[in-house]
Design a protein around this ligand. Structure first.
Ligand code: ZN
Length: 312
């Protein structure tokens, strides 16, 4: 089969407090809340989707706020995405540095990453983010950050594995990635022409301790695929390789399959359609609590039990 992966689709993390997460992503990062729904595996927990105006695949950061459920703080390590990087325009890192520090967020100066300048910081849950400055002509959401400086979308993720060979073999084989750069134990993989939003960095460290899921950790990274047919074809090919792949799951805004790559990182492959305007007008994205049809009968109970939040 030809290589069907188009780039990143979304990154999903477990965070602590719902209100803190909204404040961080909307007020500080300037993303748009494109959908307020619930975790389809636990309807008493929110699922927030943040992105650009329409929540285009490749701009999406999504969270499950699990405070109050007895979930321990996770450990970052091998078999996990440890850093999520967003793309910002060239020349805006000074703006971002002062914006973040003014809100009490500690900013670390990263070394130049390949050819790009980078700053790093954490949210209140302990998740690690980077802003990477570079050319990216995707149109930003004009939210709390002026469009000229605003986040364009995902730039890349960084995942840690102990042995890079089997991971690289899967990614350069069936998934169609190419090695675009290599520096200091970090291999940069690009797909569909590479560039911002189409990159995954692999940090390899044979001594890395294993990751443990929990608050403040990334749960999975999703790659985009054009349609249902290509997704089914890829699923069959992954099964032939001996990987354990889930059935296709209806995520309401896209369809998904999940599997662990050989290094232990949970990968999802998600369709481009139907997208977030399937149940809300583009002007009103994120305003209502949207539930999939199978959860609508439980709406009253769900609304009572979800924590109160304010935004917008
Ligand atoms: Zn996902």
């Amino acid at each position: 089969m030809s290589h069907p992966i188009l780039g990143l689709h979304h990154v999903t993390a477990t965070v602590a407090d719902a209100q803190e997460d909204l404040d961080f992503c909307l007020d500080l990062l300037g993303l748009r809340l494109v959908k307020k729904t619930v975790n389809f595996d636990n309807h008493n927990v929110y699922h927030f989707y943040y992105g650009d105006e329409r929540g285009a695949p490749g701009t999406l950061w999504t969270t499950f706020p699990y405070k109050g459920w007895g979930v321990a703080v996770g450990d970052k390590g091998a078999g996990q995405v440890v850093t999520t990087s967003f793309s910002v325009p060239t020349g805006t890192l000074a703006f971002w540095r002062s914006r973040l520090t003014a809100q009490g967020v500690q900013v670390a100066e990263g070394r130049a990453r390949f050819h790009d300048e980078v700053i790093a910081f954490r949210d209140r849950s302990g998740l690690v983010f980077e802003l990477v400055a570079g050319d990216d002509n995707r149109e930003a959401w004009n939210g709390t950050v002026d469009r000229a400086s605003a986040i364009r979308g995902l730039h890349s993720v960084t995942m840690v594995v102990r042995d890079p060979k089997p991971t690289l073999s899967l990614m350069t084989g069936l998934l169609g990635y190419e090695i675009v750069d290599d520096m200091d134990g970090r291999v940069r993989m690009g797909v569909n022409g590479g560039g911002s939003g189409r990159l995954i960095d692999i940090l390899y460290d044979p001594d890395a301790t294993p990751a443990r899921n929990g608050l403040g950790t990334v749960h999975h990274v999703a790659m985009a695929i054009a349609d249902d047919d290509q997704q089914l074809e890829l699923r069959e090919a992954l099964l032939v390789l001996g990987l354990k792949v889930t059935e296709v799951r209806d995520r309401q805004y896209f369809k998904s399959i999940y599997f662990r790559e050989p290094g232990g990182v949970l990968f999802e492959v998600a369709t481009m359609k139907p997208g977030f305007t399937v149940d809300e007008d583009v002007r009103n994205l994120g305003l209502g609590l949207k539930l999939p049809p199978w959860e609508e009968p439980h709406r009253a109970e769900i609304e009572t039990k979800l924590p109160a939040i304010t935004y917008g």
